[in-house]
Design a protein around this ligand. Structure first.
Ligand code: ATP
Length: 142
């Protein structure tokens, strides 16, 4: 079995008295999820925090700052007949700027979704759980 490690973010902004979370649609799998990607694939010695910020920037065009680490998720999938165990480290991030139309081809769409709708819009239950945990720390955004 191959082990994979990725990092990503629950990127939040406050606007019109509401909180909004960045969600992407994956070009490859067409699921709707949080931005994330492989740690250290192109940068040797990259930390999970650095990877999370880099992947958010690449996949969404947005820049953020990390407010705190959230619980990681683990899932299994098969690729070309080989089983993979994947761990994804997530961070709660404050959106600091950037244009969400300027994303790479990994995402076919990037949008801000109201926190009230986030659970029904995400494809995977484990990422819904990450968002539920993130909600506990939204006072860090004040
Ligand atoms: P990364 O975004 O880390 O670069 P990737 O785009 O190569 O990764 P994943 O998004 O991990 O790949 O998708 C690999 C497989 O796992 C796909 O079949 C996808 O549908 C499934 N998958 C993706 N996210 C989750 C999740 N949160 N829970 C369960 N299965 C998932």
């Amino acid at each position: 079995m191959k082990f994979e490690y990725s990092a990503g973010g629950v990127v939040v902004k406050k606007e019109k008295d509401k909180l909004w979370v960045l969600v992407i649609e994956s070009s490859r799998y067409h699921h709707r999820g949080l931005p994330k990607g492989h740690i250290g694939d192109t940068i040797k010695g990259e930390t999970k925090e650095e990877a999370a910020l880099r992947e958010v920037k690449e996949e969404t065009g947005a820049q953020g700052t990390i407010l705190r680490e959230l619980n990681p998720i683990t899932y299994f999938y098969s690729f070309e007949g080989e089983k993979r165990k994947k761990t994804v480290y997530f961070f709660l991030m404050r959106y600091t700027g950037g244009d969400i139309t300027q994303h790479d081809i990994e995402s076919e769409n990037v949008e801000w979704i109201s926190v009230d709708e986030i659970e029904q819009r995400l494809t995977y239950e484990d990422e819904r759980k990450v968002c539920r945990e993130a909600r506990k720390y939204f006072d860090l955004l004040d």
